[in-house]
Design a protein around this ligand. Structure first.
Ligand code: PLP
Length: 394
């Protein structure tokens, strides 16, 4: 590898904007600057572009255009879905069910609701991060109004059986939300078949722009306004629309869907090469998450006797950019709540490395990574008092 080249292994944090997406967006950033709510032609062009994008996205997800609301991303979609459903249905009950491994956008929305008098049950997961259907059934109470379970986990890539979990909730007349931020782009989602009532999406995870997302809300549910102000987004989410972002997200979704099988096969092959290469050549390493029910691009290892942060810094020095957990928890020294939830002891949770591949990664990059990693791991272990202690006991 050339010194100046970088290896980007953090596609769950965000992805590089596709050139085709950028080209689609550019006219809306430069030439068509009218406010979509105005009545002249310059503005109406934008209004039409928004509605075309809404229809295209609805066609891809197999829902109605009127069920798609544009937001600023996954965090807003999760907040909106959970808080507004809670508020709209609180006369029916004040109990919500989610899981211990959700993204903080969901967990902290639930924590907020707890401060407002709601009860929240956090489902445990098994050692691979999977939710047991019976656990969900057991936690349902007479006053449960909402279940929110993520489609695919952002740290360990575990994919849940959302269709089944939504069916269980529906048998008891309970609404179901899924955070599909990491799933879109890797799993084909047909909302009629999936049967969820609400779903969060974020464009920057599938080669679209940052700061734009969508929330699907089934027409049968009561929708409360999230941002109060003008009449945008069917008067439910006020604010001048991010036209370029909306157009870009629709294009990115179209590209993701048209190339989904091809891209999945490609990244899965690279993923398996890394998993096998690391497990076969480095000792005291564990793959976190389910080997089969995992996103095609996700790898999460725990290295014994190593601090994840030091590993990331050593990789960074080689221009390899990876992560030890989710981007939102970096900067915090707490071990990942997801890794603790799957039963890892603190030491192993601290020694984690998340590699999330994308369509731009190459075989050459994988070879380079597999070539440099054993040395880095050895250097770090040589400095570790815990490793020394382990060796002396052996
Ligand atoms: N939900 C999941 C599962 C995520 O991985 C992320 C981002 O990492 C989010 C929500 C938040 O999305 P955004 O960055 O668009 O706010």
């Amino acid at each position: 590898m050339n010194e100046k080249e970088i290896i980007y292994f953090d596609n769950a944090a965000t992805t590089r904007l596709d050139d085709e997406v950028l080209n689609e967006m550019l006219p809306y950033l430069k030439d068509y600057y009218g406010n979509p709510s105005s009545i002249y032609k310059l503005a109406q062009k934008n209004k039409n572009a928004i509605e075309r994008a809404r229809q295209d996205i609805a066609d891809i997800f197999n829902c109605r255009a009127s069920e798609i609301y544009f937001t600023s991303g996954g965090t807003e979609s999760d907040n909106w879905a959970i808080k507004s459903i809670a508020e709209a249905y609180k006369s029916k009950g004040k109990h919500i069910i989610t899981s211990e491994i959700e993204h903080h956008a969901v967990l902290n929305s639930c924590k907020y609701l707890e401060s407002q008098g709601f009860r929240v049950s956090y489902l445990k997961v098994d050692k691979n991060g999977l939710i047991d259907e019976n656990e969900l059934k057991k936690n349902i109470c007479d006053d449960t109004i909402l279940v929110s379970i993520m489609f695919a986990n952002n740290e360990i890539g575990t994919i849940q059986d959302i269709k089944k979990l939504a069916e269980i909730a529906h048998e008891k007349n309970i609404l179901f939300h899924t955070d599909a931020v990491q799933a879109v782009g890797y799993i084909k989602i047909d909302l009629k078949d999936l049967g969820v009532d609400a779903m969060s999406v974020s464009a920057h995870k599938f080669y679209g722009p940052k700061g734009i997302g969508a929330l699907y809300l089934n027409k049968k549910i009561k929708v409360l306004s999230y941002l109060h102000g003008g009449a945008q987004e069917f008067s439910k989410r006020a604010g001048t629309e991010n036209v370029a972002g909306i157009v870009g997200m629709a294009k990115a979704l179209e590209l993701a869907y048209n190339n989904l099988e091809k891209n999945n096969l490609y990244v899965k092959d690279l993923r398996d090469k890394i998993i096998d290469g690391v497990l076969n050549n480095i000792s005291h390493v564990k793959l976190n998450g389910d080997r089969e029910k995992r996103l095609a691009n996700n790898i999460n290892f725990s290295f014994e006797f190593i601090e994840g942060e030091s590993l990331l810094l050593m990789l960074d020095a080689k221009n390899i950019f990876a992560s030890s957990g989710s981007a939102c928890t970096s900067g915090s020294l707490d071990p990942s709540h997801v890794l603790l939830a799957i039963g890892l002891p603190h030491e192993l949770a601290h020694g984690s490395l998340r590699i999330t591949l994308g369509k731009h990664n190459t075989q050459k990059e994988i070879d380079y990574f597999l070539n440099v990693l054993p040395d880095i791991v050895k250097k770090l272990r040589d400095m570790s008092p815990l490793y020394e202690e382990y060796l002396s006991k052996k």
